[in-house]
Design a protein around this ligand. Structure first.
Ligand code: ADP
Ligand code: MG
Length: 380
């Protein structure tokens, strides 16, 4: 039985009716542009083929009945009495309906049955995938006309205000707005976006995404510290955000300590690299992007100091085994790397990293070849 059949069967069994439709939204990976979002800068993610599916239908009471097929768990909540901070997986779903209602949209009682093949907690945004799939379902079921970026913002609001996780807009924007075969360049200040053609196969490229399975520790504190340093630096420089630095050397000369100078150098050069990646892709020169990935990694390792030994070993091994470029992707201190590989090499490079991890006594990594895929929508 395929996943859609399983989901439909599960829905019928639990809800006693057929779903009115099935909606999907993908996970995402950030190609380049790390720790730039909260500096009003630029990011360039693409959506993955791994995605969340939600079977949904109206109810005629006041309940939201949610079932997570992957966990075999059901949660029921009263629609007219949703309270932020509930926790658990159901908060991501209920939070979307809450955010819609808070924004004044008419949302009624609903059944939601969920499954997803986006790996959880690997930094590939399984959370945005389930939120954006529910958003797509709710908009269709209740006839809400909400523009894609606004949908993403409301899904982000669900995660920030209802679940209580302080994340940027990148995840939900990518999961909602991306198109197959393309990345999404986004200006995090203006929220302007540009589609970035990524014809990987035509250009002989395969993108390996490898989860180092590094246990995260102190991530929130480190993130907060980096963010605060960027804000302090912008205040010293008298600018709204580090995105507004126009002359890096002059800016660095005005900053009081080496640590702050390094952080600023990462953000400013990472913004430049992200814009350069957009230009290269628009010109059809994907090969040039590989070296930007390498520079991005060095900058995260040496200036932003957010990489860890597993991540650095994965990147070094990928390059030694023939990847043209590789970098950590995501917030740091673990998570995934992406490697820009010649077609046919990704699997070999993944295995070589596994061998290197075994030698070093690290956990077994997991990996796949990423396919730039379509953002949220209706499956059937
Ligand atoms: P990431 O978004 O990087 O995968 P998060 O911690 O932001 O990690 O989100 C993971 C959470 O999202 C899980 O702990 C769970 O609550 C929820 N989640 C993701 N996928 C599923 C799923 N298939 N079924 C139920 N809950 C899920
Ligand atoms: Mg998440």
């Amino acid at each position: 039985m395929d996943t859609v059949e399983k989901l439909t069967t599960c829905y019928r069994k639990l809800m006693g009716s057929v779903p009115e439709g099935i909606w999907f939204a993908p996970g995402r990976v950030n190609l380049i542009g790390e720790h730039t979002d909260y500096n009003d800068g630029f990011v360039l993610p693409f959506a993955l083929e791994q995605r969340a599916l939600v079977a949904a239908g109206h109810r005629d009471d006041d309940l939201i009945v949610m079932h997570a097929m992957d966990l075999s768990e059901t949660v029921e909540l009263p629609l007219s009495n949703l309270n932020p901070g509930g926790g658990g997986w159901a908060a991501y779903l209920a939070g979307v309906l809450w955010a819609l209602r808070e924004a004044g949209h008419q949302v009624g009682a609903v059944n939601l049955v969920l499954t997803s093949d986006v790996p959880l907690g690997a930094g590939l945004s399984s959370s945005a995938a389930i939120e954006c799939a529910v958003m797509a379902a709710a908009c269709d079921l209740f006839g809400l006309e909400i523009a894609p970026m606004e949908r993403a913002r409301l899904a982000q609001r669900a995660e920030n205000a209802y679940v209580g996780a302080p994340t940027g807009l990148l995840d939900q924007a990518a999961s909602t707005l991306c198109h197959a075969g393309h990345g999404l360049f986004m200006d995090c200040r203006t929220l302007e976006t540009a589609e970035v053609p990524l014809p990987l196969r035509e250009q002989g490229v395969e993108i390996l995404v490898l989860d180092t399975r590094t246990p995260h520790s102190h991530v929130d504190g480190e993130y907060g510290e980096r963010r605060a340093t960027c804000e302090q630096a912008a205040a010293i420089l008298g600018i709204r955000a580090l995105r507004d630095v126009t002359n890096l050397d002059a800016a660095l000369a005005r900053l009081p300590d080496e640590r702050m100078r390094k952080r600023v150098r990462h953000v400013v050069t990472e913004n430049d690299r992200t814009r350069a990646a957009l230009e290269l892709a628009v010109k059809g020169n994907l090969a040039g992007i590989a070296s930007l990935l390498n520079e991005s990694h060095a900058s995260m390792r040496d200036d932003y100091e957010i990489t860890v030994p597993t991540i650095d070993l994965a990147v070094e091994t990928a390059l030694a085994q023939g990847a043209l470029g590789a970098r950590m992707t995501g917030g740091g201190f673990g998570g995934c790397i992406i490697a820009w590989c010649p077609t046919g090499r990704a699997e070999h490079i993944g295995s070589a990293i596994r061998d290197a991890f075994e030698k070093a006594g690290f956990l077994d990594p997991s990996w796949f070849t990423a396919v730039p895929s379509e953002g949220a929508g209706r499956l059937k």
